[in-house]
Design a protein around this ligand. Structure first.
Ligand code: PEP
Ligand code: MG
Length: 591
């Protein structure tokens, strides 16, 4: 156990939500119920069943209330997480099994419920599929809540009644608890377990609360009232920070506050270089609920709408009408800005349990994206018709992922033409001049960019994949991450070839992979001639800030250096130096 008299100690974990905070901690220990099998009399059974059913109704009300607050305070997509809770809460198979157990075993509702849900959790935990793993978290969260209600625990953590600011520390934090956090009182949180893409981490980022997860034993080692400093940039929690540490972090916090002011000033300004070159700055989105974030962060439209996310976490794939409603809503909300809808990019690391994609030896080299769509014309047709129909209501463009050669482009375009003929016959309006672009994310596409440029209205470089395919380094494998180098000369040459081919044919080129949102690499990309950058909404202000401080002539000189340099690390070092000199404020708040 720690004590204020002990010295500084640093816990290291995974940073999941940026920012630094410091204060006293509140350790949350989830109520641990002692559940024993207790026999009840035959006459008590109906009351016990009734008690269980009443608790289900009470739990549903609580979840509805949490969902309502989440939708109000964050975005609708965060609220969607609780749809899974509600669905599970209504699962008749589980409910009937619990009631049967109460009757057959003549036992209490808490014992029956605990026995049944434990069995489901154990079975689902063995599944490798992401879908089941996510469901296990939901079921655990839900089971804890139902048991709290059966035991009449008022509110496990009673976070609604915090009276002074604190940093929460716990073994884990469920999405439903995270959703209740009040930014006024919760400065940050730290947990023993968790990962970057968990729903809890996603929520922390949406709430803009600094958070570190995966700290292993922190909840056992710290006590209520301990004083800590939490660094959500670097993934550390410092207990009993020394004056020196506090002073250093105090400086960083001041720098961050002054950077935030600078970023706010330019939020609605254009992304234009010091010498007058305008860069189209767009956002990457995953569903209709992200539209608010696009506008709030000062992006000018959407450069990549990853539509496959509409297919994840749903019981059934969305049909033409469902998709049309989503695309239409996004286009209308962002009008007159353009929205580039990327056709389905399923496969690779994006599995959808409801489409029965077979396991493959090399999923990134397998049945993915346009390959999958061309082999499933009915599924593809529904999406193409939905996009075309929505194009009547806003400024929509469309692009195909994973194009490796002309054949795929021609086949996809032929399908689009067929859909247009159908829609005309059905007298359904659409934009006759809908622009269609090609993603450049396979080396073969970069090498034949001149041929593709004759047949496309724009290019968007998918650097996440272009890097993995060019350098043969799996983008999801930590063991080869040292080979995954955005500044490898091969990548820089591919970007240059793509831009040159596009410009020679009078079309533009964007970058929608992660490097487009990396302020360090932005000067290099625009120096190479990239016309558009598309990135996650939260990083848009920093990218814009960098663009507005760059001179094209200097960015071009940086690109020329990179094109003749043979070393990825030297190129990267030059980019860092350039970025730090050009926009020092962007780097002063990160340790
Ligand atoms: C890319 O590959 O860079 C890209 C934007 O697409 P995704 O990350 O969805 O594969
Ligand atoms: Mg890609």
């Amino acid at each position: 156990m720690s004590s204020p008299t002990k010295g500084e100690k640093v816990f290291r974990g995974t940073a999941v939500s940026a920012g630094v905070c410091r204060g006293k901690i509140l350790v949350l220990h989830r109520a641990r119920h002692i559940i024993t099998q207790r026999e009840i009399a035959e006459t008590e059974i109906p009351d016990e069943v009734k008690r269980f059913e009443q608790v289900l109704v009470q739990t549903r009300k609580q979840i509805n209330e949490i969902q309502r607050r989440v939708v109000q305070n964050m975005s609708g997509s965060e609220g969607d997480i609780f749809d899974a809770h509600l669905l599970m809460l209504e699962d008749r198979v589980v409910i009937d099994e619990v009631i049967r157990t109460i009757r057959d075993k003549k036992t209490t509702a808490d014992f029956a419920f605990h026995t049944v849900t434990d069995r489901y959790i154990a079975a689902m935990s063995k599944e490798k599929d992401e879908f089941f793993r996510e469901r296990v978290d939901v079921l655990r969260d839900l089971a804890g809540r139902v048991l709290d209600n059966l035991f009449e625990v008022k509110d496990a953590f009673d976070l609604k009644h915090l009276t002074e600011p604190c940093i929460l520390v716990s073994h884990d934090l469920s999405p439903s608890t995270t959703a209740q956090l009040d930014k006024k009182f919760v400065l940050g949180f730290a947990t023993d377990i968790g990962g970057k893409s968990s729903h809890t981490a996603i929520m922390a980022r949406s709430l803009d609360i600094p958070a570190v997860v995966g700290l292993q034993t922190i909840s056992d080692e710290l006590e209520n009232g301990d004083y800590v400093l939490l660094d959500g940039y670097n993934g550390t929690v410092v207990i009993n920070p020394t004056d020196k540490t506090l002073f250093e972090y105090g400086q960083l916090e001041k720098n961050k506050a002054s950077l935030d002011l600078k970023l706010a000033e330019i939020l609605q300004q254009p992304a234009i270089t010091l010498d007058g070159k305008t860069i189209q700055l767009s956002a990457n989105i995953e569903d209709q609920h992200d539209v608010e974030a696009v506008l709030a962060h000062g992006a000018e439209g959407v450069g990549l709408f990853r539509t496959e996310f509409l297919f994840l976490n749903h019981e059934k794939p969305p049909g033409e009408e469902d998709q049309y409603q989503v695309y239409r809503q996004v286009a209308a909300a962002l009008k007159p800005h353009s929205v580039i809808i990327r056709t389905l990019d399923l496969g690779g690391d994006k599995f959808v349990s409801n489409l029965q994609l077979a396991q493959e030896m090399n999923p990134f080299l397998g049945w993915r994206a346009i390959r999958f769509c061309l082999a499933q014309p009915e599924l593809f047709r529904a999406q193409l018709r939905a996009i075309l129909r929505a194009s009547a209501e806003g400024n929509i463009k469309m692009m195909y992922p994973m194009i490796s050669g002309l054949d795929e482009l021609n086949q996809a375009n032929a399908l689009v033409e067929k859909c247009k003929v159908e829609l005309r016959a059905e007298k359904i309006p659409f934009d006759e001049n809908l622009e269609i672009g090609v993603m450049i994310e396979i080396p073969s596409a970069a090498l034949i960019a001149d041929a593709l440029a004759k047949r496309a209205k724009f290019f968007s470089i998918g650097s996440n994949d272009l890097i993995q395919y060019t350098l043969a380094a799996d983008r999801t494998n930590e063991k080869v991450s040292h080979l995954y180098e955005p500044t490898h000369p091969a990548i820089i040459r591919f970007i240059k070839m793509t831009v040159d081919a596009a410009h020679a044919h009078g079309i533009w080129t964007g970058v929608c992979g992660e490097i487009g949102g990396d302020a360090v690499l932005v000067p290099l990309l625009i120096g190479l001639g990239v016309d558009e950058l598309s990135a996650a909404p939260p990083v848009i202000p920093e990218v814009k800030y960098m663009i507005r401080r760059v001179k094209m002539s200097e960015a071009q000189a940086l690109a020329e250096f990179a094109l003749q340099c043979e070393s990825p690390t030297e190129i990267y070092a030059r980019c860092v130096e350039f970025a730090r000199q050009t926009a020092p404020s962007l780097f002063e708040s990160k340790a």
